[in-house]
Design a protein around this ligand. Structure first.
Ligand code: SF4
Ligand code: FES
Length: 161
């Protein structure tokens, strides 16, 4: 998969930030980050908004970083294991992997977050008004407050004053 393939199809111009170790490449899509804080809740030494750059991959093991990224609810973080690196495929192919395939699910659930976004869980497709597919994933965070600059996706604006 190339970096171009990773670009959000709804936002081809969106800048993707990249972070590296010898074993891992991590991609961050700032406009899709709902600032839910799962990543820094799990690994505050790696994901620290008070630092620049805010991601320091040298502060935890590759496995721990992968597990934290797999929990990102909005696909704002993705990882790719570098070629030749020996990591248990069962660990390295979770929802945060760039190679993750969206599997069909029987139900899609949509959970409302108080004063925040809608959390979509289950394989779903988001289409634009012309019927063009703009996102396919089994975890999507949609803006419900109307303030996002990246509609229909939440970009964390609901949490900013
Ligand atoms: S949306 Fe993902 S990248 Fe953004 S704060 Fe939450 S877990 Fe971290
Ligand atoms: S709900 Fe997060 S920006 Fe609107």
């Amino acid at each position: 998969m190339t970096k171009e393939d990773l670009t959000d199809i709804s936002r081809p111009e969106e800048k993707i930030k990249e972070y590296h170790t010898d074993e891992l490449t991590v991609y961050w899509y700032p406009k899709q980050c709902s600032h839910a804080g799962k990543c820094w809740g799990d690994l505050p030494e790696v994901f620290d908004l008070d630092k620049k750059p805010w991601i320091d991959l040298n502060k935890a093991s590759t496995e721990a970083i992968i597990k934290a990224i797999d929990k990102c609810p909005s696909d704002a973080l993705k990882y790719k294991v570098k070629e030749g690196v020996q990591i248990d495929p069962a660990i390295a192919t979770g929802p945060g992997s760039v190679d993750y395939k969206v599997a069909p699910t029987e139900f899609v659930t949509i959970k409302m977050v108080k004063n925040g976004p809608l959390l979509v869980k289950g394989a779903a497709k988001i289409m634009d008004p012309d019927g063009k597919l703009i996102k396919e994933s089994n975890h999507i965070v949609l803006c419900a407050c109307g303030k996002s600059d990246n509609k229909p996706f939440c970009d964390g604006s609901h949490a900013r004053k």
